[in-house]
Design a protein around this ligand. Structure first.
Ligand code: ATP
Length: 293
């Protein structure tokens, strides 16, 4: 079932079109990701859906209807940059936010889920980046929302805190909540999202599950053999390869078959690396640039 329909969204800031013409649908219980580089229009799109800013043009339907007052009660937003009162403790912050809503999540469960138990008496300004993000996530869930918005949830976190947060997000999804998130991390999108809309310069340039996007646009995997000397042995094999100073690079759609062929020719695979295509490659294929450019 579709929970959200975004139809021909456009946002103009003075002379610049931040969002040109964006349409997509989000299925109930799924995690939908807007992936793209800085300035692609992800946050603008999300803020329009959240009701924070008005679109220049376009329609947003929540459960098939125009968003009404109850929409705000049914959503939770984890902002990228939110000021928390430094002098409040984590416990006080949770209690304060919780008191603002009619529908309230059970606090103990929320504290456990976001692993805030040991931090409850700590002041907001004494939290690490990862701890703060977990608190922000708990605040986004404090009204038991059906639809959760995450704006670049793991930006700035170390790999361990990042994984930790991702697992909490997966857990939230298991509860049947729908998640819409922005990210410029293809890893994050691949790990969390059922559907990814790749945005660039205000438009969606491709949209599908991460696996199908990769399969559609970047079937080719790369096998690198660090010994350039093996090149002469490859001549007899039905595979395309290039020889560079660092070794030999083989492009293949079927890694298993290629490795079988290499082994059958007794080629030394001791210093081999396999690069499977990912969403970064899809973005590069579609735009000619990397996500970080
Ligand atoms: N309030 C504003 N006034 C004018 N231009 C804006 C405003 N907000 C955003 N923009 C411009 O709109 C474009 C899209 O910005 P947006 O923040 O939506 O991109 P983004 O994909 O979320 O980028 P990031 O990943 O850096 O957050 C950018 O060119 C930005 O400079």
């Amino acid at each position: 079932m579709t929970i959200l329909d975004v139809i021909n969204l456009q946002k103009k800031y003075r002379s610049s079109l931040a969002v040109k013409d964006v349409s997509f649908q989000v299925e109930t219980g799924s995690c939908f990701g807007l992936l793209g580089p800085n300035g692609a229009g992800k946050t603008t799109t999300m803020e329009i859906i959240e009701g924070i800013i008005e679109p220049t043009r376009g329609t947003i339907l929540y459960k098939g209807r125009e968003r009404a007052l109850f929409f705000k009660e049914e959503i939770g937003i984890q902002f990228q940059h939110t000021s928390l009162l430094n002098l409040l403790s984590v416990r006080e912050t949770l209690q304060c936010y919780r008191s603002l809503f009619r529908k309230r999540a059970p606090l103990e469960r929320l504290i456990e889920r976001c692993d805030l138990g040991p931090l409850l008496e700590r002041r907001n300004n004494q939290l690490s980046g990862g701890q703060r993000q977990r608190l922000m996530l708990a605040l986004a869930l404090i009204n038991q929302p059906q639809l959760v918005f995450l704006d670049e949830p793991s930006t700035g976190l170390d790999p361990q805190s990042r994984r930790y947060l991702w697992n909490i997000v997966k857990d939230i999804k298991k509860d049947g909540k729908t998640i819409i998130m922005t990210t410029h991390s293809m890893e994050e999108a691949e790990f969390l999202c059922d559907v990814v809309a790749i945005m660039d310069q205000g438009v969606i340039i491709a949209q599908d599950s991460p696996a199908r996007l990769i399969n559609t646009y970047c079937k080719t995997n790369t096998i690198t053999l660090s010994h350039a000397s093996v090149a002469s042995q490859l001549d007899c094999l039905p595979m395309s390869f290039t020889v560079e100073a660092g070794g030999v690079t083989i492009q293949t759609e079927d890694v298993e078959a290629a490795l079988g062929q290499l082994l059958s020719c007794n080629i030394n695979l001791s210093e081999m690396a396999v690069h499977s295509a990912n969403l970064e490659d899809v973005f590069l294929h579609l735009t000619g640039k990397t996500l970080r450019e």
